[in-house]
Design a protein around this ligand. Structure first.
Ligand SMILES: *Cc1c(COP(=O)(O)O)cnc(C)c1O
Length: 497
């Protein structure tokens, strides 16, 4: 299967290995498969008796046709091993009112990004070999917190790669900051940026599109690639857990094969929810998709009015991984529903004016599946509290945004369809705000918060997080965004070890 650009100017088609190696298409667009493979109910039934790694290998093989199923199974088994995802990769727990939670945060960094970033480096290294690439890959990441740590854990000490992560110095939680600043590995670099996530992301995008910069790196035997969710290698592993969740709900007798399942996803860059949409396009019986945002509700407005307008105030919220004004993967939704020509036109408008507006019938097409809800800070905290009190589930602030959205959507739509709410982080990763939601008082310090939350609730903190809290921070550099290219060059051409 070949991959083409969402903007249509670079449409010769590349292999999946090449799409994963390159990250972005030459014309600035994102890679998408030429066509979406189809699955039916027999296929879903056949997956339901398999383990998560086996399900992953099967689903990935439909998209990554230049990888063998043995390669994919080896990578999936390595990535989703039982000592990495404890107790398992994507377990489901029950809320009330026909809502279920898909917990995607049992991996090494306690956030859902591990689901993609534990397997992507393995797919990436194979991609380099398949493409006959001999240069070293420099993975460049802009993060609002969770991607950075998950990418660092995924790529640390992977031969033939080095990784540099930029994060907004005041835009991540203390625990996230400690996770990144204490990162081990010989091929890693972590730098804080004065600014917000979009500043970091735009800085990285600029570096990616600078041809002279690429030449300089090339002379040093280095090329750039991304681990952000714009890379297909990040997105494709996320399709798996939607199919897997459907299998598990079927196996538990919650749904019959073919029954509709709605989903609600706490959304930032639109990667996670878009992966669910691909599963739906494949034939998984997903009904509505609720796009849950925090106070940065650009997507809520988009699904309501058809206008995407990033010219607005940026809010730093207690769900920082969703503090985003440009949701890069929305481009993929525009592409699959409206085509490359429209997509290129709207993305050009977004770059030029910071906004674009869909026609009425275009929005109607998107609204067949998508509806947007947002949750403000007060409701986010209230929902953490009542979810703990009513159903004894301790949820993090990102998940809370979605739990609340799902509740309101089901009420507004008078829906009786089972709802899968995607839970994206351990409550311990955002322990200070979770604690504050429950107790109405601030913990003594953000870094003390996980221990205090554990004492308050008796719910056990994930072990990897416990270990990080005792580690010394070692990556303490903070720079201005204008200095990013220089910092990248210096790291790219330095000698490792
Ligand atoms: C990254 C992240 C999100 C947003 O996911 P997108 O794929 O960017 O929409 C939500 N919650 C948490 C905890 C995250 O780390």
């Amino acid at each position: 299967m070949n991959y083409i650009s969402t903007r249509g100017f670079d449409n010769t088609g590349v292999s999946s290995a090449m799409a994963i190696k390159k990250g972005l298409a030459e014309d600035g667009g994102l890679y998408m498969p030429e066509s979406i493979p189809e699955i039916d109910l027999d296929y879903i039934r056949s997956l339901s008796s398999l383990s998560y790694p086996e399900r992953a290998a099967k689903v990935l093989s439909l998209f990554l046709t230049d990888y063998s199923e043995e390669e994919l199974l080896e990578d999936a088994r390595g990535a989703y091993a039982e000592d990495k995802f404890i107790p398992s990769a994507a377990p489901i727990t029950a809320l009330d009112g026909g809502r279920y939670m898909l917990e995607l945060w049992h991996g090494p960094t306690s956030a859902f990004k591990d689901m993609a970033l534990q397997i992507m480096p393995r797919l990436f290294v194979r991609a380099l070999r398949k493409c006959g690439e001999e240069r070293e890959a420099l993975i460049l990441v802009a993060t609002s917190g969770d991607t950075g740590k998950a990418a660092l854990e995924g790529y640390k000490n992977i031969e033939g790669t080095r990784i540099k992560v930029f994060y907004p110095i005041d835009g991540v939680s203390s625990v996230q900051k400690r996770q990144m600043q204490s990162q081990e590995g010989d091929n890693v670099s972590v730098v804080g940026i004065v600014g917000n996530f979009d500043d970091a992301q735009n800085g990285v995008k600029k570096i990616f599109s600078d041809a002279d910069f690429a030449k300089k790196l090339d002379r040093g035997g280095v090329f750039l690639s991304s681990a952000n969710s714009i890379n297909w290698g990040r997105l494709v592993p996320q399709i798996v857990y939607y199919i897997s969740a459907y299998c598990d709900l079927y196996a538990r007798g919650v749904i019959e094969l073919g029954d509709k399942l709605d989903v609600c996803v706490p959304t930032g860059n639109f990667g996670n929810i878009f992966a669910g949409y691909v599963a739906k396009l494949m034939g998984l019986p997903i009904g509505k998709m609720v796009c849950a945002s925090n106070k940065n509700n650009v997507l809520t407005d988009f699904f309501k009015t058809g206008e995407y307008d990033r010219n607005r105030k940026f809010h730093a919220t207690m769900s920082p991984s969703m503090d985003i004004l440009i949701s890069s993967n929305l481009e993929r939704l525009i592409f699959v529903t409206l085509g490359a020509e429209k997509c290129a036109e709207y993305m050009a408008a977004l770059a030029r004016d910071g906004k674009y507006k869909l026609k009425k019938e275009e929005l109607a097409k998107i609204n067949e599946t998508f509806v947007g809800y947002y949750t403000d800070e007060e409701e986010c905290m209230a929902c953490v509290k009542r979810t703990y009190e009513n159903v004894k589930q301790l949820i993090d602030t990102h998940t809370s945004v979605a739990v609340s959205a799902a509740e309101r959507y089901m009420k507004d739509a008078k829906s009786k369809t089972p709802m899968l709410v995607v839970s994206t982080a351990s409550p311990y990763k955002f322990a200070a705000d979770v604690y504050r939601s429950l107790k109405d008082e601030r913990p003594e310090s953000d870094l003390e918060a996980p221990a205090m939350l554990e004492e308050l609730t008796g719910v056990k903190m994930p072990e990897p997080l416990r270990r990080v809290l005792t580690k010394e921070p070692i990556h303490l550099d903070v720079i201005r965004k204008d200095d990013m290219p220089h910092a990248v060059l210096e790291f790219a051409l330095s000698t490792i070890k």
